[in-house]
Every structure is written in C-alpha cells, then in structure tokens.
Design a protein around this ligand. Sequence first.
Ligand SMILES: [Zn+2]
Length: 94
Amino acid sequence: MTTLHTHTASSDCQHLLSQLNDYADGELSAQLCQELEAHLAHCENCSIVLDTLHKTIYLVRHLNSTPPPHIPLSVENRLFAILDLQDFLDQGSD
Ligand SMILES: [Zn+2]
C-alpha cells in the first residue's frame, strides 16, 4: 500500500478554488464570477467548498458583529422630552 492514489483536483478546480475567497467576498469581476458559477454548476467538489466557505463567512460575520443598540420607544420619547427635542422634531416638517 505504498501507492498514493489521491484524487487531485483538476487544474480548473485549483484555479477556481484559489479565487473562492474573493468570490465569496463579492470582490471578483463579473466575468470571473460567471466562470466560477459555470464550473460550480457541474463540479460538486467546488460547490461543496463554496457552500462551506459561505457558511463560515456568514458565521464569522455574525459572531463578530454586535447587534445595534435597540432603544425602546418609551425611552426614546423620554429622551426627546428631556432634551426638548420634540419641538425641534415637530418643526422639522417645514
Ligand atoms: Zn471544481
């Protein structure tokens, strides 16, 4: 069992996989995107890689991003009252 029989990705795959990061980031040119998508349509290996990449990126972005602070309306109204902004806001519609 000394024979290493690995299924090496085709040069097509290697070429495209090297650009998957840019593709996932939306930084690839439209032409390259079409090439990639055409390849992905018939290459299961690459589509799996891209799918995994997408999920990873999705998770990373969502884990890193903190949700925007949500201010309850009542608090917002009180804040406006305290800051005397309501008049200012009402005058806004000139
Ligand atoms: Zn491929």
